[in-house]
Design a protein around this ligand. Structure first.
Ligand SMILES: *Cc1c(COP(=O)(O)O)cnc(C)c1O
Ligand code: SF4
Length: 375
């Protein structure tokens, strides 16, 4: 039972021949994909395979390679977010003031065709070593501004419990490191990995958060719901990150169903990412307007809990920037803010007076009428 995930991983599709047998591709189609898979590895777990309903459906598009991955596109780059540029010691990206991103492995249970880290996932030798863990821990120890670390990759939950625990315990000796986050697609792609033993181990390293990765409501199967339930029962707050993908989830109805399905399994939507400019993924790009329309369809129409933040990770390494439909705030000036609600009605919110702090709270000057304010 505990080791079932290792068998599931072993039984995953990795060779193009598997696609002929298991997914009904012709020999000729499979042959054309051999070169793609040599450059960008494929892996499809039995669980994900089971959720594919037809050729080209939203699950298929995420995991089955296409020759489009090899088409050149001058706007795309291997490392568009310049993560290598912000790598301070091997495996550790320190870009923001108070938090850092740690690549603990480059292995994943499925290799998503749209992956931002397509440049390094799936190749051999990308898992952190005990020596590298020490170097990372030393860096964090000497940077007291880091209060939040995010395990990423690759997929951190593909590490065996003992290695994962080794990293967790090394970092938990650092007093200023307040929270640890794990970013993982494993609960959705290899739910058998979420064993009671793993959950029991993780809960000894609180405060621990997890941000999972889901793109389509068909990914939320009963097994996935159970896996997320085990993590939630271990007291781990669960968030979800979603990538806006053409043909997969680029419409308000699918997105709303996904967000509701996530809340039902105790996963709170966190980010909705505009697709990064990664070489070999141009076929998934949507106009930013598509994302804005999805936000327009969610805001006000459903629970605020169901609404992720829509972000563009700035090309070149500028970090995540939140994008909202511009008409939500029509105008801000010293006197008022003009807002538009989800029913397209316009509202005016008067600003508090711009009175200097030096004026005491009970001074009548604080009650200056609106028209006396500078405009
Ligand atoms: C996304 C990201 C983080 C975490 O960002 P949050 O907005 O705090 O979730 C940290 N470091 C890097 C390099 C990132 O890309
Ligand atoms: S699970 Fe995450 S890191 Fe792995 S291939 Fe998919 S998107 Fe990339």
């Amino acid at each position: 039972m505990t080791d079932q995930w290792k068998y599931d991983l072993r039984d995953s599709l990795e060779a193009t021949e598997d696609l002929i047998e298991r997914l009904g591709l012709s020999t000729r189609e499979a042959d054309r994909l051999r070169e793609v898979v040599t450059r960008y590895p494929m892996r499809i777990t039995p669980h994900v395979l089971k959720t594919i309903r037809y050729q080209g459906d939203p699950i298929w598009l995420q995991v089955v390679p296409t020759t489009e991955e090899m088409e050149p596109d001058y706007e795309m780059q291997d490392d568009p977010l310049n993560e290598e540029g912000d790598m301070v010691v091997p495996h550790l990206v320190h870009r923001y003031p108070d938090r850092a991103l740690l690549f603990v492995t480059n292995q994943c249970p499925v290799y998503c065709r749209f992956c931002t880290r397509k440049r390094f996932v799936g190749s051999p030798g990308g898992t952190i070593t005990p020596e590298a863990i020490e170097v990372v821990a030393d860096y964090i120890r000497s940077h007291s501004e880091i209060r939040d670390i995010i395990f990423s990759g690759g997929d951190p939950l593909l590490l065996v419990d003992s290695l994962l625990e080794r990293i967790l315990s090394a970092l938990r000796t650092i007093p200023h490191l307040e929270i640890i986050r794990i970013g993982s697609r494993v609960p959705g792609t290899l739910p058998s990995r979420i064993t009671p033993e793993l959950c029991a181990m993780l809960k000894t390293y609180h405060p621990l958060y997890m941000n999972l990765h889901f793109n389509h409501p068909d990914e939320i199967t009963p097994e996935v719901a159970e896996a997320c339930g085990r993590l939630a029962d271990a007291g781990i707050p669960l968030g979800s990150q979603t990538v806006l993908l053409k043909g997969v989830n680029d419409n308000p109805d699918t997105m709303k169903r996904l967000m509701h399905a996530l809340l039902k399994i105790r996963v709170k939507p966190y980010y909705l990412y505009q697709a990064d400019l990664v070489t070999g993924t141009h076929q998934f790009r949507t106009p930013v307007e598509t994302g804005l329309n999805i936000l327009r369809a969610l805001h006000g129409h459903t629970s605020g809990m169901a609404i992720p933040r829509y972000v563009i990770d700035a090309p070149g390494g500028g970090g995540k920037i939140t994008v909202v439909p511009p008409e939500f705030v029509l105008e801000i000036n010293a006197r008022e803010v003009i807002l538009k609600n989800y029913e397209d009605q316009v509202y005016r919110y008067p600003q508090v007076e711009a009175v200097p702090d030096a004026v005491p709270a009970d001074d009548p000057a604080r009650l200056t009428p609106l028209q006396r304010l500078p405009s």
